[in-house]
Structures are given as structure tokens and as C-alpha cells.
Design a protein around this ligand. Structure first.
Ligand code: AMP
Length: 444
């Protein structure tokens, strides 16, 4: 990792970074920033949590600052496309933070909300536009934005854009740009289906791949609880009875199960909300706001919806269901233990999920400590072959009636920012498969 001071960023950008308390550039930043300052196209395989936003935002601000012009009506100089409103908001906030000492105007456009203020903002002029594809195309068709002066085009979470059926929209958007411009694409995974888009959009790109997949933060204490599928709700309720679990993110694999969990929690008087792709914008925003302000203690989310969550101080992540992709596990648990805080990641694993656990343990290169200290421990699941390798029992205690916080060592190795060239991206069971049109309509 290098010092930011060595990356030759212009002073106002460097100052903003240092004010954020960032000491060292992350691996993706170390590699991407010089290449982007040089004007190269870039293809980055990186997930949230690697520092990828700053990796593209800092050189973007640096490059734009070389030419000091007022924002022109309807003609942004940079366009950042994101698949969801939540991610667009997050990116826009990051740009504002890192551009705090510069005088760029940033605009944001996404669907599901009034178009009028967005038109007004574009008419006034923005230097940097952050957008979801559907709303951007609407605005382009209505003549409120023109892309013929774009200098830098950034696509974030390209794999998810593809999943959500945005590929044609992206091509339409790209066609409107001048021939000479820089293109940057980030994607958490690199499915074959992305190759065509890469070939169309990127010109001799620098390729960078970093992953947090092989390592999990040492601040996160992991544990797995073996349980029968039909006892998971009861176990969850027991776990949440412990008020020390102050801010808890509960993951399910599907929207249907997220709805079942939230119904159960509300029936049990637990202050909770749910966020997933079928929830309208306002409801998702309110849930996130209430969660980050501590008005609700528990947020239930699917993997896709959770990509937009940037809430600090999540004390516990509970995997009500294990993800079928190990990368998602790393991503999920990385929601806690942020910024030096410690966090706990608890996974409820039933018989059918033993194979998922095995894949996860392979990727994170460690066994997840087993917590048997709860009423619903299922020996059959614990002994099932699915986990392959050796048992990962960690802190066996005499079983008690009710679950407590227990004492679990982390047993974790590796640093959050370590770079990894071996972590092969996986791209199975796409969440929006077969529902592309619907997903696009909702997100745009
Ligand atoms: P991202 O991968 O862009 O979603 O960033 C994940 C988190 O890391 C964000 O909360 C950033 O503020 C933070 N972050 C980004 N770069 C650094 C850095 N060099 N040092 C410390 N934190 C960082």
C-alpha cells in the first residue's frame, strides 16, 4: 500500500483524502490512480469494501481540475453510471466529500422520484453526473442532457447492470459520447457475458483485480450455528433477544424469505425493517435512514439490496441463510467491523447449506468457529459431510437453555485491504435472472 502523497494527486484532492483520515491507499487505489491520471481506460474487478469508489473518484477529480471551466447547461464532463439509486447516492456523496475543496457541481439522476428537480439541475449545469441508466436515457430522450462533451465515463458494478438488463441502455448511452474519452469499468465479478461490453467500450484498458474474498477483517468475529431449517426463526428470535446486539443486519437469500423474516420479527415486537428489490424507493430510503439513525435495531436485506447499504456501526451481521456464493459471504460480513470497530458475524446453517459453508471456508481459507451454545443446536447438521475438511469447532461449551453472547475468538487471518489475484470470480444464480425487464423498471 502506498501513501496518498506519493500518488501525485492535486493538493485539494489530497487534502480531502487526508481529512477523511485515510492513511494509505488501498491496493486498488494504488494501482488505479496513476493509470487513470495518465488517461488510460481501466477495467477493475473489485467489490465494495476495497476502496474502489475513491479509486475512480480521486483521479476523476484530479483530471477535471486540470481544466477550470464553469459547468455548461446540459453538458456534463463526466458521467458515472450505477445500477441502483442507493449506489448512485453513495457515489455522489463520495464525489462531494473528495471534491470538497474543488468547485465542481455534481448532479444525480435516478428513477422513482420526481424528474423536475433533476431537469432543473441539469439545465443549470453539472460537471459530474451520477445516474442510473433508465432515468438517464429518459432525460437524454427529452433533450435535458447531452453527452457530447463527456471526458470520462465510469460504469460501476457492471456485472449487476448486466443482471438488471441494462446492457442495451448502456450501449445507447455510450453511443452519444465523443470518440475521445476515457472509460472506466468496475465490476465485482467478471462473467463471460460482460466480455462483449468490455470489447465495445474499453480501449486497451489497464486491468486490475483485487479482492477481499480471500481474507476477512480481523475485526470481525465469525461463528456458525447449526440448526434445523424450521427452527431458524426461533433461533433468530433468541439471538435478537440479546439487546447488546444494537444494530443488526440480517441477510436472506431471497426476497420471499426476507418478507417472512420481517413479518416474524414484527410479530415478535422487534423494531425492524426490510429492504429488497421489490420495495419502492421511499420505503427503502426510510428503512435505511431509520436503521442508520438507530430508530430500528434490525434491518433485513437480500444481497442485492444490501449492496447499497453504507451504514457504520453495524454491530452484528446475521446470515439467516448462507449465501450460495462465497464472495457474498465476505461482502455480507464486511458490513460490520468497519473503520476499526469490532463486529460479529453469525451464520445460521441448516443441512442443505453445509455445502455453501464448505465453499465459504475454502475461499476465506479458514474454518468458521462453531457455536453450539444455543437451544437449537443440530448435531445432525454439525456432523454432516458437507463441510468436507476438519471440524471447525471453536468454543464448545455446555449447552444452555438460552443463547448468550458467548466468547468467540476471531481465528481470522488477513487484512481487509489485501490484494488477491487468485480469487476467481463466480457468477452463478444471478438474482434477477428471468426478471430483467421488471428489475430494470424498478431500479431505473
Ligand atoms: P468502497 O469500496 O469504495 O465502497 O469503500 C469502502 C469504504 O472504505 C468506504 O467507507 C470508504 O470511505 C473507505 N475507504 C476508501 N479508501 C480508503 C482508504 N484508503 N483508507 C481507509 N478507508 C478507505
Amino acid at each position: 500500500m502506498s501513501n496518498f502523497a506519493d500518488l501525485n494527486l492535486v493538493e485539494p484532492v489530497l487534502r480531502a483524502v487526508l481529512e477523511q483520515g485515510y492513511e494509505k491507499a488501498t491496493p486498488i487505489q494504488t494501482q488505479a490512480i496513476p493509470a487513470l491520471i495518465e488517461g488510460r481506460d481501466l477495467l477493475g474487478v473489485a467489490q465494495t469494501g476495497t476502496g474502489k469508489t475513491a479509486a475512480f473518484a480521486l483521479p476523476l477529480l484530479h483530471n477535471l481540475s486540470k481544466v477550470n471551466v464553469k459547468a455548461k447547461s446540459k453538458k456534463p464532463r463526466a458521467l458515472i453510471l450505477a445500477p441502483t439509486r442507493e449506489l448512485a447516492v453513495q457515489i455522489s456523496n463520495s464525489i462531494k466529500t473528495y471534491g470538497n475543496h474543488l468547485h465542481f457541481r455534481t448532479g444525480i439522476v435516478f428513477g422513482g422520484t420526481s424528474i423536475r428537480p433533476q431537469i432543473q439541475n441539469l439545465t443549470k449545469g453539472v460537471h459530474i453526473l451520477v445516474a442510473t441508466p433508465g432515468r438517464l436515457l429518459d432525460l437524454m430522450r427529452q433533450g435535458h442532457v447531452e453527452l457530447d462533451e463527456i471526458e470520462t465515463f465510469i460504469l460501476d458494478e457492471a456485472d449487476r447492470m448486466l443482471d438488471m438488463g441494462f446492457i442495451d441502455d448502456i450501449k445507447l448511452v455510450a453511443k452519444e459520447m465523443p470518440k475521445e474519452h476515457q472509460t472506466v469499468m468496475f465490476s465485482a465479478t467478471m462473467p463471460k457475458s460482460l466480455k462483449g461490453l468490455i470489447a465495445t467500450l474499453l480501449n486497451d484498458p489497464v486491468r486490475i483485480e483485487v479482492s477481499i474474498a480471500a481474507s476477512t477483517s480481523k475485526n470481525i468475529k465469525q461463528q456458525v450455528l447449526f440448526v434445523q431449517k424450521n427452527k431458524k426463526m426461533d433461533l433468530l428470535s433468541d439471538l435478537l433477544a440479546d439487546e447488546a446486539k444494537k444494530r443488526v443486519l440480517v441477510f436472506t437469500r431471497t426476497k420471499v424469505n426476507a418478507d417472512k423474516v420481517i413479518k416474524f420479527l414484527i410479530q415478535n415486537d422487534i423494531r425492524a425493517a426490510v429492504i429488497h428489490g421489490d420495495k419502492i424507493q421511499k420505503i427503502r430510503e426510510r428503512a435505511l435512514k431509520n436503521f442508520s439513525e438507530g430508530k430500528i435495531r434490525v434491518l433485513v436485506a437480500t444481497d442485492v439490496a444490501a449492496r447499497g447499504i453504507d451504514v457504520d456501526d453495524i454491530t452484528h451481521v446475521i446470515n439467516f441463510e448462507l449465501p450460495n456464493e462465497p464472495d457474498s459471504y465476505v461482502h455480507r460480513i464486511g458490513r460490520t467491523g468497519r473503520a476499526g470497530a469490532s463486529g460479529v458475524a453469525i451464520s445460521l446453517c441448516d443441512l442443505e447449506e453445509r455445502n455453501y459453508l464448505r465453499s465459504i471456508e475454502r475461499v476465506i481459507k479458514q474454518d468458521v468457529p462453531v457455536n453450539e451454545d444455543h437451544e437449537y443446536h443440530c448435531e445432525k447438521t454439525a456432523n454432516a459431510k458437507g463441510s468436507g475438511g476438519k471440524s471447525s469447532k471453536f468454543s464448545r461449551k455446555p449447552r444452555r437453555k438460552k443463547s448468550g453472547s458467548g466468547s468467540f475468538g476471531s481465528g481470522n487471518k488477513g487484512a481487509k485491504w489485501s490484494s488477491n489475484s487468485s480469487g476467481k470470480p463466480v457468477n452463478k444464480n444471478r438474482p434477477f435472472k428471468g426478471r430483467k425487464k421488471r428489475a430494470r423498471d424498478k431500479a431505473a
